[in-house]
Design a protein around this ligand. Structure first.
Ligand code: FES
Length: 160
């Protein structure tokens, strides 16, 4: 494998501090065949590299809900399922495709009710501190890291 498509960074979702940072090699294309995800840690930053059906992308390996590692979720096409609360995120656009079961606030502050899969009992409305905390937890926007491929090496700009 010598080349791969790189997904454009969705509008306004560039990770802060990465614009002028140098590219650093993090993996090879053979480490990341189509359909695979990879977790990379550098200092306290955990990065998700994903080879989606539309191309390569680098974002945080932290669910924008409660920070679970998306790299142990499931990648289908361009969408990744979080392993914790069934949130689903589109890595090509940064959109939340399915809100977490716990409900809460979206990135714009709109409230979403808890929900339950058909085979599980319905979630109660908030009635204690834990439920209120869930309701106020905001699903933030994914942030993206510039990425390129040089001679089969995947290189990423980390924040400086
Ligand atoms: S931590 Fe990912 S959906 Fe809750």
């Amino acid at each position: 494998m010598s080349d791969a498509t790189i997904l454009p960074i969705p509008r306004d979702l560039l990770a802060p501090g990465t614009g002028d940072a140098p590219f650093r090699a993090v993996a090879t294309l053979s480490d990341l065949p189509p359909g695979r995800m990879l977790r990379l840690s550098r200092g306290d930053l955990d990065l998700l590299l994903a080879h989606t059906e539309a191309g390569l992308v680098a974002t945080d390996d932290r669910c924008p809900h409660m920070s679970a590692p998306l790299s142990v979720g499931r990648l289908e096409g361009c969408q990744v399922d979080c392993p914790l609360h069934k949130g689903r995120f589109d890595l090509a656009t940064g959109a939340t495709v399915r809100f977490p079961t716990t409900g809460g606030l979206d990135a714009d502050g709109a409230y979403h009710r808890p929900w339950a899969p058909l085979d599980a009992p319905p979630k109660p409305e908030p009635s204690d501190d834990k439920a209120r905390a869930r309701a106020l937890t905001r699903v933030r926007r994914l942030r993206y890291y510039p990425l390129r491929v040089v001679d089969g090496r995947i290189e990423v700009r980390f924040p400086e």
